[in-house]
Design a protein around this ligand. Structure first.
Ligand SMILES: O=C(O)Cc1cc(O)ccc1O
Ligand SMILES: [Fe+2]
Length: 436
């Protein structure tokens, strides 16, 4: 059943979907009939203020067997490894690199139990900021779902395909694909084995496609390649626990039915997935190294034009053809924070030490760039056309905010590579003044 899922295609469309077992379950011509088809309850899920302008207005109407309000009270549960308190741990401007995060091998850990906050800035309470989390897990969320009241999750699986039930239907998301599950949408994740990945959480607003400017009407991530689930329900009267991430803390509420009981829905607020292999890569074909903004898949804009709360940027396989050019990334200091992860393969600027399932963080104005081996190699390489990053995929979460790392990231996880700075220490002085 999970193998032949049918998706609805297009980014941000006004979709309409009915589970085929219940034809004509969507009300016609109105959202709230006195009695809904099949005796369903109508429920609106608002992902923007009612009064948001049309371009950014997001809401969906769900027609469900029981309304979401049918649950027992929320109670606090342990959430020590998740935080939104980014001032709890002192800031650290050093270049940081983490070895791959361990996937639990003893004991059963599901997606919610395996969430760890690595870094972030801002606060969900004031609807401003972001967080980066790692998930590691090995079992399904059994009769358990999650809703994130704090913001949207952009999930980047690195190992293990995820089978995700949502209120809108089901999604299968494999490594090299990503998915976005927006604020408030309930989901439950099953895994095929030991699984690991990265999460970018944004509090301000939803992800958008970047503008294309002179690129024209096509290119980068094309809207048609985004896939949303089609309606699917289970009519299960079982004890089910809803986990609510609210203000950075976890709460649980028990109810007597599955929340995946939406028979039909319509609207433009729905989760989606995207295959990174569908990205149409644009780059320099003559000289110099373009800024990585050319590889932006999705952006969560701030109120300042062109300045993102978070950009999701990939470094996809591509041809490198530039002439008389130092082809790898340039050395730089940036007014933005750069968090990077590696899905598979090697990253061109650092072939050693940065491993799949690991991460790096180069904070605001922290100097970084190619390691010494990369510099020497690329300065002398023959500049013929070559494939870069074939069979590899790395990505960056870039933010205009100053992210602080958590105590878990800097101490508890024991994955921080204290020797990272050494990769630049062999950089030699090549300066010479020409003989007259
Ligand atoms: O630091 C990095 O590795 C990411 C990066 C890549 C690139 O091609 C140009 C700038 C940049 O920050
Ligand atoms: Fe950088």
């Amino acid at each position: 059943m999970w193998e032949d899922l049918k998706y609805l295609t297009g980014f941000g469309n006004e979709f309409a979907s009915e589970d085929p077992r219940c034809p004509a379950s969507l009300p016609v011509g109105q959202n709230s009939p006195q009695v809904c088809p099949y005796g369903l309850y109508a429920e609106q899920l608002s992902g923007s203020a009612f009064t948001a302008p049309r371009e950014t207005n997001r809401r969906s109407w769900l027609y469900r067997i029981c309304p979401s309000v049918l649950h027992r009270p929320f109670e606090r549960i342990d959430s020590t490894h998740l935080t939104v308190d980014f001032s709890a741990h002192p800031p650290n401007p050093n270049q940081m690199r983490w070895k791959p995060f361990d996937i639990p091998t003893d004991g059963q850990v599901d997606f919610v139990q395996g969430l760890r906050t690595l870094c972030g800035a801002g606060q969900p309470a004031t609807r401003h900021g972001l967080a980066v989390h790692i998930y590691t897990c090995n079992v399904a969320m059994e009769n358990k779902s999650m809703q994130n009241s704090d913001g949207d999750f952009l999930i980047v699986p690195q190992q293990g395909t995820l089978r995700i039930k949502t209120e809108f239907g089901r999604l299968v998301v494999a490594p090299n694909e990503i998915c976005v599950i927006q604020q408030g949408i309930r989901f439950s994740i099953d895994v095929e084995g030991p699984s690991r990945g990265y999460i970018l959480e944004v509090y301000d607003t939803h992800f958008q496609l970047p503008n294309l400017g002179p690129i024209g009407a096509n290119g980068l991530a094309n809207p048609r390649d985004f896939k949303s689930p089609s309606a699917w329900f289970e009519d299960l009267d079982v004890e089910h626990t809803v986990i609510n991430k609210y203000g950075g803390r976890l709460f649980k509420a028990v109810q007597g039915h599955s929340p995946f009981n939406v028979v039909a829905w319509h609207g433009n607020y729905a989760p989606y997935k995207y295959n990174l292999a569908d990205f149409m890569v644009i780059n320099s074909v003559e000289f110099d190294h373009c800024d990585p903004s050319i590889f932006t898949v999705l952006t969560c804009p701030s109120v300042r034009p062109g300045v993102a709360i978070a950009d999701f940027v990939i470094f996809p396989p591509r041809w490198s053809v530039t002439e008389h050019t130092f082809r790898p990334p340039y050395y730089h200091r940036n007014c933005m924070s750069e968090f990077m992860g590696l899905i598979h393969g090697k990253y061109e600027a650092k072939e050693e030490g940065f491993l799949p399932g690991g991460a790096t963080l180069h904070s605001i104005m922290t100097p970084h760039g190619p390691d010494a081996a990369c510099f020497e190699g690329a300065s002398t390489a023959e500049l013929k056309p070559v494939r870069v990053a074939d069979g590899t995929q790395s990505f960056m979460f870039e933010s205009s905010l100053m992210m602080a790392v958590t105590e878990w990231a800097e101490e508890t996880c024991s994955k921080l590579d204290k020797a990272y700075y050494e990769c630049w220490q062999p950089l030699k002085k090549h300066f010479r003044i020409a003989e007259p």
